[in-house]
Write a protein that binds this ligand. Structure first.
Ligand code: ATP
Length: 314
């Protein structure tokens, strides 16, 4: 045999990339008045926690989305999936076809106020950028176009988001915090919770000022002081989430009775977040909440953790 071509296996083509991406909890969510464009100015202290989705991107003949995991009803598998939108946006930016098979393993509760869809979009951006060798593209710019929670899912850690939440400033954190998340049956629609917040404020004749960051909360984070952090946790959307889902009051109360240092609805809910004293206390509290039968499941996690990270391939 003569003239054999160069062995194709000397070219290391990337065949699959898997990215792990965290959920977020809002440690402070201050909501300003309704703006003329329908948005609200926010001060949003995001904190990434160790509840992860994984997104795998593989070359394919066309764009497809497969979703795996428990309780994934309501997650679109077509063009509307936020991970598919992210892949299309990146492909457009680099002038390529979005021919990729995306497989999403969901652990983050769906429509749970923990930004799971935004997390998947961030993970898809990172996975496809690696698969398509698009390292020169600023993913943070594309992330902001996809949604106001997507940039934080790329960044991770703890950060203050201002504007619609998408302008991020990292926050120093002096330790690891231990959390329990009580997952509810069914979700709450984020736009419906904002609308209920506006309705409740109007009905109460409440004058709403511009949102302000809580210095007590930022100091507690910097010192790694869980007790002070628990006292400073605040969510302006909580009254609206409780109005739409009154049973969450009992969940919050059960967590406080279990010794949580702080208890609040996560973002637009219905997931409830409890700050524990230690990893051991978080495990005990999660078990107690699960046994109380008020919630679909209770899981412990810690934060802060890094944003979307390649864990395999590439
Ligand atoms: P946030 O905290 O950012 O307001 P959320 O955690 O309450 O969001 P998501 O889990 O992000 O809610 O889902 C909101 C809706 O987005 C879902 O009901 C679903 O219809 C749609 N969606 C699109 N793509 C995804 C995805 N990859 N994962 C989950 N939901 C998705």
């Amino acid at each position: 045999m003569t003239g054999a071509p160069a062995a194709p296996d000397t070219i290391m083509a990337v065949t699959a990339v898997t990215v792990r991406v965290p959920a977020k909890v809002n440690l402070q969510l201050a909501v300003g008045p309704l703006r003329a464009d329908g948005y609200h100015d926010l001060v949003n202290v995001f904190h990434a926690v160790s509840l992860f989705d994984e997104v795998t991107a593989e070359p394919a003949d066309e764009l497809t989305v497969t979703v795996r995991g428990e309780s994934v009803e309501g997650v679109p598998v077509g063009e509307d999936n936020l991970a598919a939108r992210a892949a299309r946006l990146l492909a457009e930016r680099i002038g390529a076809r979005p021919d990729v098979a995306l497989t999403i393993h969901k652990t983050i509760p769906v429509a749970g106020g923990m930004a799971g869809g935004s997390a998947d979009a961030a993970a898809a951006l990172v996975a496809c950028a690696r698969l398509w060798d698009a390292s020169g593209v600023r993913l943070a710019d594309l992330a902001a176009d996809l949604g106001s929670d997507v940039p934080f899912a790329l960044l991770g850690g703890t950060a203050i988001g201002t504007g619609r939440g998408e302008v991020l400033t990292p926050v120093p954190v002096g330790g690891r915090f231990h959390w329990v998340f009580a997952l509810a049956d069914g979700g709450l629609s984020t736009p419906a919770v904002y609308a209920e917040c506006d309705r409740l404020r109007e009905a109460a004749g409440q004058r709403v000022g511009p949102p302000r960051r809580s210095q007590a909360l930022l100091d507690a984070l910097e010192r790694g002081d869980a007790e002070a952090l628990g006292a400073a946790l605040a969510n302006d959307l909580q009254p609206a989430a409780l109005s739409l889902r009154p049973s969450l009051r009992r969940t919050l109360q059960a967590g406080r009775e279990g010794g949580a240092l702080g208890a609040l609805v996560s973002g637009s809910g219905p997931t409830c977040a409890f700050l524990a004293r230690s990893a051991g206390h978080a495990a005990e509290l999660a078990a107690a909440l699960s046994e109380a039968g008020l919630v679909r499941a209770a899981v412990s996690a810690h934060g802060p953790v890094p944003g979307a990270t390649v864990v395999a391939g590439g």
